[in-house]
Ligand binder design. Structure first.
Ligand SMILES: [Ca+2]
Ligand SMILES: [Ca+2]
Length: 240
């Protein structure tokens, strides 16, 4: 069937070319290959066909598909992902965000979490910012039942984080402090609230979008890290 000039066929071809072009560019800038980028761009197009992917829609998407539940953290993630600050997550922003969340290297993941926690964007984390990020992450009913106990719990974590991360003790955590601490202890990455999807959600999402199912970032996969350490240690025992 040939497409009539100005008809929907022509529009679809133009749209397809746009996906292919943008997909090619994003494949050079992200951890997804060209096919995966195009699949994600088409998924994004389906998502925004009815309503734009604005703050509320994006929050709902991350909550439902990737189990990130704290509304403050979700708002912060939106601010970080909406790079051109136009109030919606465009296709390229969508692909870049998922690339970091699911396949990011240590530097990308560190930078992402830092930007989420840096509420006022001054490239420094103060106690108040850590408190704000943690406030919604800890809720009564998870072993800490009373409000006062909860506030004390948050204060304790903030102090622990400051102790671990504020290397020169000036009350501020610079990006370099944060990065160096995470290189030593990667588990500190989400110390002030979970802003990355749990492993099983990332795996399920990738399984749906790519037949390649090319693993999530090994940094986010404690099981595989543990397994490879075990294998290495078993191998070293065999050699010695
Ligand atoms: Ca945007
Ligand atoms: Ca700050």
């Amino acid at each position: 069937m040939t497409s009539r000039p100005g008809g929907s066929g022509k529009v679809n071809i133009a749209k397809e070319l746009e996906f292919q072009d943008l997909g090619r560019r994003l494949a050079t800038e992200t951890h997804f290959n060209h096919t995966e980028c195009v699949t994600l761009l088409k998924l994004h197009a389906r998502l925004v066909a009815e309503v734009p992917l604005d703050r509320m829609q994006f929050r709902g998407l991350l909550f439902q598909a990737l189990e990130i539940s704290d509304t403050f953290i979700l708002d912060r993630i939106f601010r970080v992902v909406d790079q051109d600050d136009n109030g919606v997550v465009k296709g390229d922003e969508f692909v870049r965000c998922l690339s970091v969340m699911m396949r990011g290297n240590l530097e990308e993941l560190t930078s992402f979490c830092y930007d989420v926690y840096d509420v006022n964007g001054d490239r420094s984390l103060a106690r108040e910012e850590l408190f704000m990020c943690l406030d919604g992450s800890l809720r009564p009913g998870r072993g800490i039942l009373e409000k006062e106990e909860l506030a004390d719990g948050i204060k304790d974590i903030v102090e622990m984080a400051m102790k671990k991360l504020d290397v020169n003790r000036d009350g501020q955590i610079t990006y370099e402090d944060f990065r160096d601490a995470i290189r030593r202890e990667p588990l500190l990455m989400q110390v002030c609230g979970r802003c990355l999807p749990p492993t099983r959600y990332s795996e399920a999402f990738l399984f749906l979008i790519t037949p390649d199912n090319k693993k999530i970032s090994p940094i986010l996969h404690p099981e595989s890290t543990a397994k490879s350490k075990k294998t290495k240690s078993a191998a070293s025992h065999t050699i010695t």
